[in-house]
Design a protein around this ligand. Structure first.
Ligand code: ARG
Length: 597
């Protein structure tokens, strides 16, 4: 039980006796900004007094006088215009340390009402290399998945691969004409990317088939020679979508290579999905879905296309079938929601996708809600994120101007982390293999943490140097803090397991110890706030704050050379809890720790 939830529980009946809206006021209990004012502060007396037409200080007094949970703290102190200052009893804090010490969940209870939550993340368009935006979706989605699961929810991850889009028309058409078999053998996705870019360019330049394939016999003879490449490509997509056997076979073959490629990335990131239901899995449902939407009057035919008008969202309608009969992204997303509803019965569906798709999701959500009033009961949330920028203020690209492929990004992160390993004293005695392992965990951790620690809505500037900094809010700093705390047990020759189970007596005497304990007990608060609006940076901020409290504690309170056995035991307990909280926190963010670095 965290201090915050304990305070809420105790204030609830008191506020309920004053107002029917107690719940909304209970959200106003906060960690105090300054130790002078106590540990926690409740600011609800002021707005409540206004509502009741009473004097704020009188209301504050009334609430304070009704206090009964003296185990937790003495009667709150009324200050200023009506603040309630709360100082937690040492005995309560000491007990909380003891409980956490032997609790694997670090005193974070599972939620009382688990929800079923589908998370849609990563979802690259295959046959194009994954890029830095996909790591953002993957990191944020995976962290939310892990945190929600730890909190006891029923969470389902589904990788909605872009495996059916118009890019396949380009690739199929180009594959038959421009494939370099050796290159394809060596690195299929790289070769497909080359073909994709080449065809794209031909389309953009409005080249005809004859111009594109030059003097090749096939072009000269072909009745299609005067066709625009753009149209030829659309025909291939359409053939694929209508079940043309040759195109389907080629698509399957291409998909095999793509799976292999993305799996390489996922295994390096240590991310796995419960389901990988790509766009292609919903194709049979699209036609009947659109027909039934027309029949119900929700969709209408407009200039040959089928659209849904949601004027409250945008003047432009939501397109579900193009004039040429093709179904698109939005159609598939509607069918996907229908599928998820039928199979998973979700309370919420989260989409961790670039903020540039905001309008698509507004249209999708509104349209789906209009399909069935019961859909109102499902929370639909676009967990949107900003763009990863280069230091030139433009979307992050390599020097050659390509968007950075994800694999090379991971390679570079690991080699940048190698420098950290080389400089580390603690790594000197390790084998080459162990050091590589540290570099891998530090490098990949740095990448993920850089994404997670940002306010997800903002764009941020990508920099290996910054993300691997030993000081500052980085994974490297947190991993280092973890290893340092752990090393205390090594140095003292103390068996941690045995220590934990020895039911050590905890006695808090120093302000720095108290501040650390309070921070440790806020882990649950941090997790809840990370999921309340799906913001993992609430958890990284917490971990950073915890590390800061630990630093102060460590500066002021000697551990192995403590003044008394009691102080030493207490401080060892705080060290262990700090290490485990950092480790658990990082684990929930998908980041590994190392015992030495
Ligand atoms: N494939 C899309 C892209 O790379 C993202 C898909 C997100 N999920 C969804 N259900 N629309 O932009």
């Amino acid at each position: 039980m965290s201090i915050q939830s304990e305070l809420i529980r105790s204030f609830r009946p008191i506020l309920q006796s004053l107002t029917p809206e107690a719940e909304s006021y209970l959200g106003m209990i906060r960690r105090a900004g300054d130790d002078k004012f106590g540990d926690y502060q409740a600011n609800f007396a002021m707005p409540l007094a206004k509502k009741l037409g009473k004097k704020p200080r009188d209301v504050a007094e009334e609430i304070a006088n009704a206090w009964t949970n003296f185990d937790l703290c003495p009667k709150p102190e009324v200050a200023g215009p009506g603040f309630l200052n709360i100082r937690i009893n040492n005995a309560w804090l000491e007990k909380s340390v003891q409980t956490q010490l032997t609790d694997e969940r670090l005193s974070v209870p599972a939620v009382e009402k688990p929800r079923t939550i589908v998370i849609d993340y990563s979802a690259p368009n295959v046959a194009k290399p994954m890029h830095v935006g996909h790591i953002r979706s993957t990191s944020i989605g995976d962290a939310l998945y892990k945190i929600l699961k730890f909190l006891g929810h029923n969470v389902i991850s589904d990788n909605h691969l872009g495996d059916w889009g118009t890019q396949f028309g380009m690739i199929i058409w180009g594959y038959r004409r421009f494939l370099n078999p050796e290159a394809y053998q060596a690195n299929p996705v790289a070769e497909l990317t080359r073909i994709y870019r080449l065809v794209r360019q031909l389309v953009d330049e409005k080249k005809t088939v004859k111009e594109a394939v030059g003097s090749r016999q096939e072009a000269v003879d072909s009745p299609d020679g005067d066709l625009l490449v753009g149209d030829a490509v659309l025909m291939e997509t359409s053939k694929l979508h209508h079940g043309d056997e040759e195109n389907i076979a080629l698509w399957k073959q291409i998909m095999q290579s793509c799976y292999k490629e993305i799996d390489k990335v996922y295994s390096r990131l240590k991310v796995r999905f419960d389901y990988t239901l790509g766009e292609s899995s919903y194709q049979p449902q699209l036609e009947p879905l659109v027909e039934s939407m027309i029949a119900s009057g929700l969709a209408q035919v407009s200039e040959g296309a089928v659209v849904v008008f949601n004027p409250e969202i945008s003047e432009a309608p939501f397109l579900i079938r193009k004039r040429d009969g093709a179904f698109i992204y939005g159609t598939t997303d509607l069918a996907t929601l229908e599928y998820r509803k039928a199979h998973f019965h979700p309370d919420a569906v989260l989409y961790v996708v670039d903020s540039r798709q905001a309008l698509h999701f507004q249209q999708l959500f509104r349209t789906w809600r209009r399909m069935d009033p019961a859909n109102e009961n499902v929370e639909l949330k676009h967990v949107s994120f900003g763009t990863v920028m280069g230091d030139d203020g433009k979307p992050f690209k390599t020097r050659s101007g390509d968007t950075v492929g994800l694999e090379s990004l991971l390679d570079e992160a690991e080699s940048a982390a190698w420098k950290v390993v080389e400089q580390s004293q603690a790594c000197q005695s390790m084998t080459e293999e162990q050091r590589r392992d540290v570099a891998r965990k530090v490098g990949i951790g740095a990448l993920k943490y850089a994404d997670l620690s940002q306010n997800r809505d903002s764009d941020y500037v990508f920099s290996y140097e910054k993300m691997l900094a030993m000081n500052g809010n980085t994974a490297t700093y947190m991993q280092y803090a973890y290893a340092r705390v752990r090393s205390i047990f090594d140095k003292g020759g103390i068996d941690v397991e045995a220590f934990r189970n020895s039911n050590p007596a905890i006695v808090l005497t120093q302000p720095a110890e108290r501040a650390l304990v309070i921070e440790l007990s806020r882990f649950e608060e941090a997790l809840l706030s990370a999921v309340s609006d799906y913001r993992p940076n609430q958890l990284t901020s917490y971990l950073f704050e915890l590390a800061a409290r630990y630093s102060t504690f460590f500066e002021r309170c000697p551990v192995l050379k403590a003044e008394s056995e009691e102080a030493k035991t207490t401080r060892l307990a705080l060290c262990d809890l700090t290490a485990r909280t950092i480790q658990k926190g990082l684990e929930l963010l998908g980041i590994e720790t190392v015992e030495r670095m």
